[in-house]
Design a protein around this ligand. Structure first.
Ligand code: SF4
Length: 374
């Protein structure tokens, strides 16, 4: 597998345009970036004879511009029996040209291509509706659940319209989550403290082994520093944390790099989450990446059906990371993504009682940081 720098456009074999959106301005601006020979009208089909790895290989090589039929802004479904954070997911796109071994999107085969949705007006209406439902509550929205928030941004210009939209809101925060270093579209905007650019971080050896086509850790952190200097908040996601023999030394190295490159006072939140996967996901990962180092370590089937590291191992890894992060900067706002109450209680002196409580803590933390205050 090759690693960056790579150009998304060069990797796309064909651009498909749903005839229903052929006249949409976003369609026109995407089409301009492709040679006419690569453009097709219609919806690509998937051969029923194709294996799942073949389907994914071709899916990642074609791009579809279409309209989404249904609600585009929805609460994150979270996971059964977990403390979640009350996040709002924006479905502006689905799927990703990068190829992380653990990516849950491998099991989402409901679309035949990397898919971009043109209904941005609807996204804005649904966000406004949510914000107006409770003006004293901070709502956090992100596009990074069903794809990478910045990987298509040079094509769509999504952030150039959404950063100013959120900048004018009173109680909305936009999070753009990425594993790229593609921040050119963010230049020259004034986010007015309402946009967080987030990076998932992992040790360089793991990035090389299980996150093909993503940017190196160094490129991610340099892009993050630049975003801090441009006035953006930064978010960091230790997600997924992956156990291997030398994990302590490797993750210690990541935190040293963070401390060397980033300003901790411009980090709005940090999440931590151990590797988890479903049985179907594991079978697929084994089929696609036979030599993956993901499954070193002991896992058990948790009550939500996902496999996770044994609780004592997770807690020990979390405690170690929390200690190093607190040594770097004691005021960082750190939370777990989809963890159970026992893990929180074993590692935080004052753990949130439930999802609502964690959401309230985000609320207080963000109001404190916003210039205009409450
Ligand atoms: S960058 Fe994110 S969305 Fe893309 S393959 Fe990796 S985990 Fe999946």
């Amino acid at each position: 597998m090759t690693h960056p720098p790579y150009s998304l456009l060069e990797r796309i074999d064909s651009l498909w345009i749903d005839p229903e959106v052929a006249d949409h301005p976003l369609t026109a601006s995407v089409m301009k970036r492709f040679p006419p020979g690569k453009i097709r009208m219609g919806i690509p089909s998937v051969s029923p004879q194709s294996s799942v790895p073949e389907t994914l290989r071709s899916l990642k090589r074609r791009l579809l511009v279409t309209r989404y039929r249904g609600r585009l802004v929805k609460p994150c479904p979270g996971s059964q029996g977990r403390i979640c954070c009350g996040y709002q997911v924006i479905n502006a796109m689905i799927h990703c040209p990068m190829d992380c071994h653990y990516c849950i999107l491998q099991t989402h085969l409901s679309v035949p291509a990397l898919t971009l949705y043109v209904n941005e007006d609807q996204i804005r209406e649904e966000i406004t509706e949510r914000l107006e439902s409770n003006p004293e509550h901070i709502y956090r929205f992100g596009t990074g659940e069903l794809g990478d928030s910045l990987v298509h941004d040079a094509l769509t210009g999504f952030s150039r319209r959404m950063v100013p939209f959120f900048a004018e809101s009173r109680n909305g925060i936009l999070e753009l989550k990425t594993k790229t270093a593609a921040i050119d579209t963010l230049r020259g905007l004034d986010p007015k403290e309402h946009t967080v650019i987030s990076w998932s971080v992992n040790p360089p050896a793991l990035i090389r082994a299980v996150e093909p086509l993503t940017a190196t850790l160094d490129r991610r952190l340099r892009a993050a520093r630049e975003c801090q200097e441009m006035g953006y908040w930064i978010g960091l996601h230790f997600d997924p944390i992956i156990w291997f023999e030398e994990w302590e030394e490797a993750y210690r190295g990541v935190i040293e790099e963070l401390a060397r490159i980033l300003d901790p006072t411009r980090i709005l939140w940090i999440s931590i989450a151990g590797l988890r996967y479903t049985r179907a996901q594991k079978d697929l990962i084994r089929m696609r990446f036979s030599d993956t180092p993901l499954f070193t370590g002991e896992f058990f089937r948790d009550e939500d059906g996902k496999f996770r590291y044994l609780q004592p191992l997770r807690i020990s890894m979390y405690k170690t990371l929390l200690r190093w992060l607190r040594e770097w900067s004691p005021d960082l706002f750190i939370y777990y993504c989809m963890e159970n109450r026992r893990a929180w209680e074993a590692t935080f002196p004052d753990p949130p009682r439930n999802t609502r409580d964690l959401d309230e803590r985000f609320n207080e933390n963000i109001w404190r940081h916003l210039r205009h205050g409450k």
